[in-house]
Design a protein around this ligand. Sequence first.
Ligand code: FAD
Length: 377
Amino acid sequence: MVDAARLKWSWGEVAAHGDQVPLFFYSTLFLEHPEVREMFPVSMAAQRDRLVTALGRVVSDVDNVDALVPFLQQLGRDHRKFAVVADHYPAVGAALLHTLEHFLGAHWTPELEKDWTAAYGIVAEVMSGAAEDSARQTPSWWDAEVVSHDRRAIDLAVIRVVPDQRLDYLPGQSIAVESPYRPRMWRQYSPANAPRPDGTIDFHVRLADAGQVSPALVEFTRPGDRLRLAAPMGTGLVLPDGPPRHVLMLAGGTGLAPLKALTEQIASFQDGRRVYLYWGVRHAGDLYDLPALREFAERSEWFHVVPVVAAGPGPHTGQAVGVALRQARWLDCDVFVCGPPGMVSQSVAALGHAGIPEGQIHWESGVSGLPAEEALS
Ligand SMILES: Cc1cc2nc3c(=O)[nH]c(=O)nc-3n(C[C@H](O)[C@H](O)[C@H](O)COP(=O)(O)OP(=O)(O)OC[C@H]3O[C@@H](n4cnc5c(N)ncnc54)[C@H](O)[C@@H]3O)c2cc1C
């Protein structure tokens, strides 16, 4: 039996040492097991934050199994793309115990060692079990070829890929992508189309200033290049079951991508739903997909697109949520919101304030932010 309070206290003591903790952990791991070094990116800076974040999450939910187990299962499935296998877990566990012992000094007691050994045993068992289950159904990753690379703006490309094997996903989900120009650095991108018979997938990639992966995808990637894609993730923007409601969509920047995929899915239903897409960008030059959206709206009387430019000019200026709420009440609609974290949180708050029931508001955050991926090892 793990003493949750003791575990949390000890982690608090260790985490107070900040960056020293992951630095010590990875040095220990690589010294004892040099063979695992090549599973990690050349630069370990972002990796260190992820280890601490993931461990913090495990410890804070250690007495909340309902929350912890799905988190660990997802983490286990997700680590397949790093080629993690069951044999790696004991090495990570030993490095973790060594790290805890180092930072806790005289506080590292036999009882604490027992608690941490048991807790890590559960983490390893749940993660590797989920990984094994998913290995029976899907590959660890999909190799894919870039078939086109359309540089729509200095900082934006629409990249079409075709995986060697069929990759099924739900519109609204995202897929982690690895570029050969940035090995072992996986970042999430959202398919901008519903699954097609030919298996091709479009990604809308915005170049993040001083980012690692997005510049490689926008600036260096060419048709014929090979990318790796991981299993699709996320449920926040998936179309809910239940009676079809009209749909309001609020997109910020490349948050357009999953909402475009959802629109294609709704088009295939032909169930009378109407879709109103408000697409917010900073400058008019950022409306990289507007001609295609307008052309689609002309052909589909149930679909409406309203471009909203933060700083003008144009008929609609300000924030997408503000413009949408000035035009209608949307109380009976499903609302989908996707974009940078600030845009999503402000929009969700404003929609709640306007009386739209929480269960009708669907959102996914992080599209222009730091990667959400959490790697434990
Ligand atoms: C579910 C989901 C879906 C997404 N879908 C899309 C999509 O469809 N299209 C899209 O373009 N993006 C999408 N993203 C965002 C994408 O995953 C990447 O985060 C984005 O492309 C930036 O990656 P990068 O490697 O270029 O930048 P990173 O190297 O990860 O850096 C991100 C930003 O943080 C800054 N930064 C990095 N490290 C530090 C540090 N130590 N201190 C301070 N600042 C730092 C960088 O300067 C940069 O601006 C999505 C994200 C999520 C979570």
